[in-house]
Design a protein around this ligand. Sequence first.
Ligand code: GLU
Length: 464
Amino acid sequence: MIRTRFAPSPTGLLHIGGARTALFNYLFARHHGGEYLLRIEDTDRERSTAEATRVILEGLAWLGLSPDQPPVYQSTREARHVEVADQLLAKGLAYHCYCSAEELKDMREQATREGRPPRYDGRWRDRDPSEAPPGIAPTIRLKAPREGETLVDDMVQGIVRVGNAEMDDMIILRANRTPTYLHAVVVDDHDMEITHVIRGDDHLTNTFRQKQIYDALGWQTPHFGHIPLIHGADGAKLSKRHGAVSVLEFRNQGFLPEALCNYLLRLGWGHGDAEIIDRAEAIKLFDIDGVGRAASRMDYAKLTHLNGVYLRAADNDRLSDEVLAHLATRPELVISDETKHRIATLMPGLKERAKSVVELANSAAFLALPSPIALDDKARALLTGEAKAMLRELAPQLAASDFTIAGVDAVLRDFAESTGRKLGQVAQPLRAALTGTTTSPGIDATLAALGRDEALRRIENAAT
Ligand code: GLU
């Protein structure tokens, strides 16, 4: 069975690059009827935090990318990492190295002076352990092959190789008997029966070293796919100065998770010209051979456009809940069953114009304002003496309507016709009175959403 994993280190936020890696692993597993797992790589105790783990889990859940099994915490597997390192040692495939930090530093400095890359020279590789200096805790190093080359047939990058002479004997267990990152990842991927490792191409150099560990253990190497990183519009690695980078930041800015996933999917993966690809379609179509080798560039405008498309397609009740969650943070608003009902009623009109949930919430806020509502400058300018007189004349006729969309529409048309006005001349001052602004969905839908009592109250307040 195909099994993939996402393996973030909980040292900060959930970056959208990480989210895309998770998405690709998820889609690849789903496409092939396999499993998608999560491993929290929290071995770096200093930098890992519970809060960062929480943010990762929350971000993945929001994106609909929660794993198929409970997450594996790498820190809980330390005894196993040590066991495997000791096995390699017992088989003579790894050895104790007693070099002090100072000795290693000298080695590096000398190499640099001589214009060589700073590598460990293997001085304890073949030395008899009886020569071990007293009182020094050794590290364990892999006895890596010195001749030949290490080759990886990468699903995205193709065949990549490096001469073994270029690599030194890496530490797999530190002197304090904690595993190094490279070693822990190999042991965990093996034990979790991971068949395909899809990750950022910044890990490609680690892969050669990890391959050496697999080979020493006689374990089957998983298939690797190293995907290009996401860059900003200027070609530099995506960072905060380009805009939002954390998944939860996108959520706070009002992006829908399915829009973000669709965008991330299309970033670096293509299926003809198709732009709108929902989750079910993505599972059907995704395969790793559609992933290109070039770095992709984040285009916030394109994402915003896509978000608008998904907003218009989204379920009204769900959007109403999202909007209410945003509005609930604004103390000047009243969130009652009545306002909830108004928002749900007007949602089909509201979502036609918005590009984000935040915009949607802003455009719905007038529905939750307590009367009398404040008017913005443009709305105030519309409410001339003449407009106010018109509203006073119109109010009783509206009061007599049934306050359905069709009912108020008929009243407004009759009124415009019988008083020799264009519909817009009636609608604009009315909109100003009802919303305090000059934009809203159709005036008939806006009236119907506010309901008779509140609509008449606002008209009266504005017209006197
Ligand atoms: N923990 C690594 C990271 O967050 C990923 C390791 C891997 O995917 O093998 O960059």
